[in-house]
Design a protein around this ligand. Sequence first.
Ligand code: UDX
Length: 437
Amino acid sequence: MASRRVGVIGAGYVGLTSAACLAHLGHDVVCVEKETSKVDLLAAGVVPIAEPRLEELVRQGLANGRLRFTTTRERLASAEVVLLCLPTPMGRDGAADLYALESIMPTLASILAPGCVLVTKSTVPVGTAGRIAELLRRPDVPVVSNPEFLREGHAVQDFLSPDRIVVGSAAPEAATRVAELYTGTKAPVLRTGTASAELAKYASNAFLAMKLSYVNVLAELCERVGADITDVSRTMGLDERIGPLFLVPGPGWGGSCLPKDTSALLNAADAAGVDFELLRATVRANARQQAMIVRKIRDAVAGSSAGSLQGIRIGLLGLTFKAGTDDLRDSPAIAIAEELAAQGALLTAYDPRVPATGNRGLPRIHVVDDPYLVAKDAVAVVLLTEWPEFRELDWAQLAAVTDRAVVIDTRNLLTDETLGGTGFTHIGVGTPISADS
Ligand code: UDX
C-alpha cells in the first residue's frame, strides 16, 4: 500500500476518527484544528470525546510519529490528500449550513500543493463538491466526495471495518488515490459520480430514520391492538430484505446526524421540486413519538394522559441520545425531560456518562451520580437511554426507595428476569404492561 501524506481539517468526531484511523493504516497524517486548547490536549494524547479505542489510536499515532495535531493550516502544504471534516450544522431554514466549509476555501487555495486531492468527508448536500471546486478555483485540485458512515460509540470500528466505502468523483485518478487510503480495510469500494456519493449518505441516514419512525408508530399500534412489538419486529427482522437492526422502538431518534440529515434531505428535495412526503411523515412521526412518551408518563404518574405533573417527582435513567456515547446533542431524552419540566415535574437524572457536576446546561434537571438517588421518593422512574448497566441495577433496592414502583422503559431494555420479584410495574413501548406484585 502506498503511504500517503494526508491532511485532515477539523478534529471533531469525524476528523479525529479519520486522522487516527488513517495513521493506524500507515499514512502520514497532520490534523489541523483551530481550537488551540483542543490541539494541546490531543498532542498530549488526551481525547476529549468518549469513543472506544480512539485514544489508544491517537496515542499510537503520536508515538510512532504518523499523527500530528496543529493549528497551522500551512502544514497542509505537503499533503497529497486533504480531508474536509468540518461541521455542517442545520441552518435556520433546515438546510445544511456550509459556512465553515466554504469560508476556508480561499485559504486552502493558496496552501494546497499542485495536484492535491481535496475530499469532502463530512456530510454535505448534493452539489457541494462542485461548489467547493468553484470557490477553490484550483483546476489542478480535484474535489472528491467520500462521506463518512460513522456511528458514535462505534466510530473507530466503523472506519476500520466499514460496510462500504463510496468515492464520488469525475476524476478517475483522484478517486483511486482516495480509495487507496483504505487499503487494509476489507470493504467494497463503490465508485460513483460526486452527486451520487453525496446523496447516498443522506439516503442512508434518512432510510434509518424512516425504519425507526415506522417501528415507533407500529409499537403504538401494538399497544392498541394487544400485540407485542418485540415479537412483531423479531418476525420482521428475520426477513433478509428487512434485517433485524434498527427495529427497537424508543423515545424517538436523535443525535447529531439523523435529525440534521433528514432535514437537509427534505430541503434538497423541496429545492429540486420533489415531494418527499414519506420523509416528511418520518420526521413528523418522530416529534409525535416524543409527545407520545410524555403522554405515557403522564398517564402512569398522574392517572390520565390529561393529568397534571405539577410538583410530581420523576426519576430519569439516561440522558445521552443513545448508549455508548456522552453526546447530548439532539437527545430525545433531553427533549422529553425538558417537556416534563415545563409541565412542572421535578426531575432527578442519572446517566453513566453525564457527571453530576456542572449539569452541562441542563438547569431544570438535577443530575446525580448515583442511580439509586434517582428513584428516591419518585412517583416513577423513566428509562430513556438503553445503557446495558441499567439492567444490572438492584431493582429491588430502587423499589424500596421509590414512592411508587413504576418504571416507564422507553427502550424496552428491562426484562421480566430483571424486574421479577421487585414489585415494579413495567411499562414498555409497544409491549403489554407487566405488574409484578
Ligand atoms: C448515525 C448513522 O447510523 C451513521 O451511519 C451516521 O453516519 C451518523 O449518524 P449515530 O448518530 O451515531 O449514527 O446514531 P445511530 O446509532 O444511528 O442512532 C440514531 C438514533 O436512533 C439514536 O437516537 C438511537 O437511540 C435511535 N435508535 C437506533 C433507536 O431508537 N432504535 C434502534 O433500534 C436503533
